[in-house]
Design a protein. Sequence first.
Length: 234
Amino acid sequence: MTIHATKPSLYNQTVGEIAAMRPGAAAIFRKLNINFCCHGDVTLDIAAKDQGLDVSFVEQALCALDVEDLPASTKLSSGELTEYIQSRYHETHRREIPELIMLSRKVEAVHKDHPDAPAGVALLLRAIEGELEVHMKKEELILFPAMRWTDTTLDAPISQMRHDHNDQGVFLERLKELTDNFNLPKEACRSWQALYIGLVKLTNDLVEHIHLENNVLFPRFETGRYKGISGAGL
C-alpha cells in the first residue's frame, strides 16, 4: 500500500511567513489585496476572510507555486540584507520621491479643474518623504549597524520600526484613495500617465521594502518571533 504524505495546511501560517518563504506568494497577495507587509502577522485564514475570499482558493493558488528554492532574500546574511535594503530601496526612494512630488505639482496645477485631478497628492508625497527619511536614517545610523555586529535581540528599536511601517501603510492607502487606485481618466496627458506609473512603482517598492524588513530581517532579532532559515546569521 502506498502512503501519500499530505501537505501541511497554510491556513494557520501568517501571510508574512508565507510571503517570505514561498517564491511568488507576494505577487498573489498583491493581486488579491492581502496586506502581507504591514499586517504580516495575520494568519492566511483571517487575511482571506477579511478580503471576502475563500481561503481554500487562496491556498490552492499558493500551493501551485514552485517552492523548490527559497527566495533569494532569505539566503542573505543579515549584513548583506541590510546593505541590499539600503541600496535597492533607501536610495531609490530618495531619488524617485522628489521627482514624483514635482510631477504631481505640475499635474495638479494643469488639471486643477478636472473632477478626477489628483488633488493633494503632492502634499501627501511630501509627508511620505519626510516620514520615510527619518525612518531610514534611524535604520542606517542605529538599527542596521547593530544588526551587522550582534546576534542579540533588538526588540525595542524594531518595535518602533514596525510602528513606522504601519504609518507608511496608512500613507499608501491614502495615496490610493486620492488617485482612485491609480485609475487614469481617458483624457489623461502624458505627465498624468507618468505620475501614476511612478506612484504604482513607489507603492510596490515600499510594500516590498516593508515586507523584507517585517517578515525576513526583523524576526531574526526579535524575541519569540519566527526566525527563518539559512542566512539568519551575521
